[in-house]
Design a binder for this molecule. Structure first.
Ligand SMILES: *Cc1c(COP(=O)(O)O)cnc(C)c1O
Length: 405
């Protein structure tokens, strides 16, 4: 059976565009987005796609056309959204380290809300807004201290994390924000972690934030929205499918009697499954203790396996038997350069492998380490194929450098 992305074979794409290659299915992007819209229809949330998961302009444009807002974490991401045709008044700006220049830019283009993560950030946004004669709409990111039960590197809602304002300081922080003249306090937010399989910690986080919302209302600080961040996981391996209906139903119970708008910021769950990384086998090498399938994609194309101990399913487009135990590794000079370890796989030189679940945190985390050109990206819609990012060329690698000595 020929392996296909929509109506095009992966092998044809690899021959036309080369490897490594990121391939995205437009249909899967649309399906993931409408699944959120349908499941949450009772609450009509503003869905703010988390740009960092995959920030390609065409993907942003596609979500913008479906009505999406955007969660951003830098001036660069805000610029991408605008370049892609996204609406400024649907942009949320998160992150612990917003610079003065970034705040100025966000105020100038007129974003929907700053998700503020500390008291000094409140002061800085207030100062910049005053200087520009503007009022900055803000939300405070509260750390609800719930355990997201995910990998430590992608857990963000615990006391020990750098993100957000502690629950115990939250009320004071809101009162302080409310007192600053150039800020308008419009919301409360959290984001407790990523790749959540059990979604009940998200409900618990919402419950904790709502207690705070009520306390604030008693002090005449009335919020317009609650933003629960992203975090819904996807199936990479043998995880259970996260129950989006459960999440939506529980939220509906908590929020339907309130005049509080809901914002959610899904990233991975909108793009992860839509993407496949295509890579060609360069060599099969028998080591002393292990067998290695050496491919032309590497940790600079997909860092998740080595950074998060993440599992990506790898499939050979050529049917072969028998499978043997291998590591699938790239050409980079690092022991950490692997796409899979201790995997049963049959592969030979020249075979095209599919690395699944590569739509999120793959291309957007790519680097030029070992002076490797970043791969091209392709968007497939039925039989139609669009090159949405050209493969980098060798000259691009040192275009900004000078050999001065
Ligand atoms: C990364 C991030 C998201 C998206 O997380 P996913 O797990 O990809 O859904 C949403 N909000 C914030 C603030 C983030 O940092």
């Amino acid at each position: 059976m020929t392996k296909m992305c929509e109506q095009i074979s992966f092998e044809d794409l690899a021959q036309q565009f080369g490897t490594p290659l990121y391939v995205y299915s437009q249909n899967e992007l649309s399906t993931a987005f409408s699944r959120y819209q349908q499941t949450f229809s009772a609450l009509k949330p503003l869905i703010c796609y988390a740009v960092k998961a995959n920030s390609n302009l065409s993907i942003l444009r596609h979500f913008a056309q479906l009505g999406s807002g955007f969660d951003t974490v830098s001036g660069g991401e805000i610029a991408r959204v605008l370049a892609a045709g996204g609406a400024a008044d649907k942009i949320i700006y998160s992150g612990v380290g917003k610079s003065v220049a970034e705040i100025e830019y966000a105020l100038t283009v007129g974003i929907k809300c700053f998700n503020v993560e500390s008291l000094p950030e409140l002061d800085r946004i207030n100062e910049v807004a005053q200087r520009l004669n503007k009022v900055a709409p803000i939300s405070l990111r509260i750390n609800p201290d719930v355990d997201a039960k995910t990998h430590p590197y992608i857990s963000t809602g615990l006391k020990a994390n750098k993100f957000g304002i502690a629950m115990s300081d939250a009320e004071r922080a809101f009162v302080y924000a409310h007192s600053l003249p150039a800020l308008k306090v419009i919301g409360i937010d959290c984001h407790i972690g990523s790749q959540l399989i059990d979604l009940s910690p998200l409900i618990e986080a919402c419950e904790r934030l709502l207690i705070l919302v009520d306390k604030l209302a008693q002090q005449n600080i009335v919020l317009q929205h609650i933003d629960l961040g992203g975090g819904v996981g996807i199936v990479y391996h043998e995880e259970q499918t996260p129950d989006l209906h459960f999440y939506a139903d529980e939220l509906t119970k908590l929020l339907q009697q309130r005049s509080l708008n809901l914002i959610i910021e899904p990233g991975r769950s909108l793009v992860g499954q839509a993407g496949t990384l295509l890579t060609r086998v360069e060599y099969v090498k028998q080591g002393e203790e292990k067998n290695f399938v050496i491919v032309d994609a590497a940790m600079n194309d997909l860092i998740r396996p080595t950074l998060y101990e993440a599992y990506h399913h790898i499939e050979n487009t050529v049917f072969r038997q028998p499978e043997i135990l291998v590591d699938v590794v790239g050409p980079i000079c690092e022991t950490g350069d692997f796409l899979a370890q201790n995997r049963m796989l049959a592969a030979e030189q020249g075979d095209l492998l599919l690395v699944h679940g590569a739509g999120a945190y793959a291309a957007s985390m790519a680097s030029n380490y070992n002076s490797r050109c970043r791969a091209a990206e392709i968007l497939v819609n039925g039989k139609e194929v669009k090159l949405i990012r050209e493969r980098e060329k060798i000259d691009d690698l040192f275009a900004n450098e000078r050999a001065l000595l």
